[in-house]
Design a protein. Sequence first.
Length: 361
Amino acid sequence: MRRVARSTFTIDLGAIRRNAETLARAAGGAELWAVVKADGYGHGAVDAAWAALAGGASALCVATLAEALELREAFREERILVLGPVEDLAAAREAGLELVAADGCVPEGVRVHLKLDTGMGRWGLSELPAPGREVVGVMSHLASAEADEAFTRSQIERFRVATRHVSGRHVQGLTPRHVADRHSRGSRGLTLHLANSAATLRYEDARFDAVRCGIALYGISPFGTDPADDGLEPALRWESELAHVKLLQPGESTGYGRRFVAEEPTWIGIVPVGYADGFRRDLTGTDVVVDGERRPVVGTVSMDALAVALPRELPRGTAVTLVGDGVLIEDHARVAGTIGYEIATGLLTRPARAQRVVRDG
Ligand SMILES: *Cc1c(COP(=O)(O)O)cnc(C)c1O
């Protein structure tokens, strides 16, 4: 079959749904909120949100107003929480969004989550918002739940202590009327939420009333390890093909800068995918799968192409898997010296570069 695009991303909604179910179980009694910012970590925000909701998520979180408005078009009823700053309060109000107040200024006419800085203890609930403001949640964000246990435990403890006095109903400004609100299931009337994916998977006492999971929903490990270790399934496959095959003689090179020079006669395949597609320039040396075998990317990755060392002459059109068939986003992240988050959100799934296919497997 002739490929219609230079490469194809296939997103498996079934995998996202099952990951959501896994996270919902890990969350115990806490609600699972699906983080679908950055276009669902490169997977497609609306598709990812749909699958996460099907898997038990009860709210959606994004970083920006524009992301939230796009989701609101697709999801009329769902809770949508904007984690980052929002300038246009009227638009947020009209779309029924929930906002985060990270400084003392609590906006009016929208549901608000107060963000505590438990990493630095900048401000706490001693500074309460004016009465009448609709505070529905209190949150914080962990700085290093995937790596630093002592610091994470101290953040959890600070959050617990800082929110202890909202467990009663006497705190003015944080009104108990939200107890009856169908949108606030927290036992305190306010929904307390702290955990990201890593904390949901590793720290039982970080779960509180709701957990905010992003990376793990997509089957990418927050720890940079094999996602299967945490019962997670990768949801993204990235495939292309050999567009060109050539034999390099000793001394001949491939790619800019002549970073790869053949020492012996070497078959090289050219794949029409480069850093403008999200296959980063620092991925030289990473593996891709060619004709069922893991093979190294050699030479400098260019904007629109990469070269792979072949075991033998292979026909043009041979399938190449860039992510999938055992090659994990985590593997690429390790080679590039970064995290899976950055690899995933850097993928260019726009039609001008690639084809994006959604399946429900
Ligand atoms: C991105 C984000 C999350 C999700 O983090 P993951 O590690 O992807 O699970 C949770 N909370 C906040 C405030 C975020 O910005």
